[in-house]
Design a protein around this ligand. Structure first.
Ligand code: ACO
Length: 437
């Protein structure tokens, strides 16, 4: 498939003049011609626009990066209006149906799907890194019995930095690769230990005879069985959920990973920051918030009153709306279909009825239609997680396990991009000018 940047490169190669933007500064009457490349102008090209030689030059003002590309990327493509999501060019629907999470993680990180031998090696490397140092376990034991597992997860990721001091050699490709194996291998273990801690149950060590998702289920739910055999429908569903969450281009947590990584901090500290960003209810914490919202609504007949409150600004319909998708989130479509298979094994989640009614009413209500608010990935994922017996507190942690591959791919792409530097936005200062005491 043709790469997205080919159009501009070809134009350059053939010596065709690049498109430009002509600007007239009404303050001075001066005219400027700014190159347009890949449908963007470089913000730094505006700096030449000055009122006089003392002037700092024009900047763009873009709180929350609503219209600013912070990087060039070849990892994930989203067309929010059409509801399209591609990892390295492959549609999410095809990957979810035909590939495993570890294959998709390899694809995201390396650009191509693994050949058979590459997959065997990759799986082996990840498997070899599923265990954590006993001191990591002891560190986790120090948290309060009721600590939120996401808080434990974030802190433990950061603590890994102290176990692997060589990880700070972020410009060395081999060192980076080793930390990638370690992080992808260890996150299910840390996540499961965080859960077992909250129950006061002994931690279950990894079982490396199992697949990535099966092993995670074993570490979560094994009690006294000699060999835990996860239900294949549930293991597959979890694997698909990891695939759906693997990457989502420059979202809040990926941007955090890149931003921390840009200072050349080690990937454990950067991933801890990314996970912290994910924790918020407007990002990865939304699936937890959806379940709490459904609990609060409690029954189908209370849905109209809840929608009315949302429209009056008394809270949000969690799991609805997205900065990029202005159409049905393709991940939500896959999850909605998969929910039936999980419910068949585990029994229907009684909250499904409320969720379906919320969706039915919202999708025909002017407020939501006008604002293009559709269900996002988190609207149904929580219902599946709950049916699979994951406690609500664990939802953002599950999201983080799948997203680790995306964070690492974004981090690696940033470090190897010669155009990147330490991330450091500008500000528009509106405070006092210098004043004396
Ligand atoms: N319920 C009700 N109204 C909403 C919702 C919602 N879920 N989302 C957006 N709106 C309204 C806003 O009030 C605003 O209305 P206005 O124009 O009258 O002021 C308009 O829609 C635009 O909303 P913004 O907040 O400007 O949109 P933004 O792109 O900044 O926010 C976000 C996107 C944060 C996802 C938002 O839709 C939201 O809060 N959704 C609920 C939380 C959620 O589900 N987050 C998960 C996102 S997916 C993910 O991270 C995996």
């Amino acid at each position: 498939m043709e790469q997205m940047t080919a159009k501009t490169e070809k134009k350059n190669g053939e010596g065709v003049k690049l498109d430009t933007l002509k600007i007239t500064d009404s303050r001075t009457g001066k005219q400027y011609e700014i190159p347009i490349q890949d449908d963007t102008v470089k913000a730094i090209d505006l700096r030449q626009i000055k009122v006089n030689s003392d002037d700092f030059g024009l900047m763009t003002y873009d709180p929350a990066f609503m219209n600013t590309a912070s990087c060039k990327s070849k990892i994930t493509f989203i067309d929010g209006d059409k509801g399209i999501l591609l990892y390295r060019g492959y549609p999410i629907e095809q990957l979810a149906e035909k590939r495993s999470y570890l294959e998709v993680a390899y694809l995201i990180l390396n650009g191509e799907l693994p050949e058979k031998k590459q997959l065997t090696e990759w799986t082996e490397h990840v498997r070899m890194h599923t265990f954590v140092h006993e001191n990591v376990k002891r560190l986790m034991e120090g948290f309060r019995y009721d600590a939120h597992p996401m808080g434990i997860f974030v802190s433990t990721l950061a603590a890994l930095s102290t176990f692997y001091p060589e990880a700070k050699n972020v410009l060395d490709a081999d060192t980076r690769q080793k930390q990638i194996w370690r992080l992808i291998g260890k996150v299910p273990t840390i996540a499961a230990f965080a859960y077992r801690h909250s129950l006061g149950m002994p931690y279950v060590y990894p079982d490396n005879d199992l697949s990535y998702s099966e092993n995670f289920l074993s570490m979560m739910f094994r009690v006294a069985e000699l060999k835990y055999k996860p239900n294949p429908v549930l293991a597959k569903a979890l694997d698909v959920l990891f695939i759906l969450h693997a990457d989502h281009e420059q979202n809040c947590s990926a941007n955090t990973m890149r931003s921390i990584g840009s200072s050349q901090a080690d990937p454990y500290c950067a991933a801890a920051g990314a996970a912290a960003a994910l924790y918020g209810p407007l990002h990865g914490g939304a699936n937890e918030a959806v379940l709490r919202m459904l609990d609060e609504i409690a029954s189908k007949d209370k849905v109209p009153a809840f929608i009315k409150d949302v429209k009056e600004g008394k809270g949000r319909l969690m799991g609805f709306g997205h900065r990029i998708y202005k159409n049905y989130d393709p991940r939500a479509t896959i999850i909605k279909k998969m929910a039936d298979e999980v419910f068949e094994v585990m029994g229907k989640n009684p909250k499904l009825e409320i969720a379906l009614e919320l969706e039915r009413i919202a999708l025909q209500d002017d407020y939501f239609v006008k604002r293009k608010l559709y269900p996002n990935v988190d609207f149904y994922s929580g219902l599946i997680y709950q049916a699979m017996k994951f406690p609500v507190d664990m939802f953002p942690v599950l999201f983080a396990i799948g997203r680790m591959s995306g964070w690492l791919a974004q981090w690696q792409e940033m470090l190897t991009d010669p155009e990147q530097k330490i991330a450091r936005p500008r500000q528009v200062y509106l405070g006092y000018q210098r004043r004396n005491l």
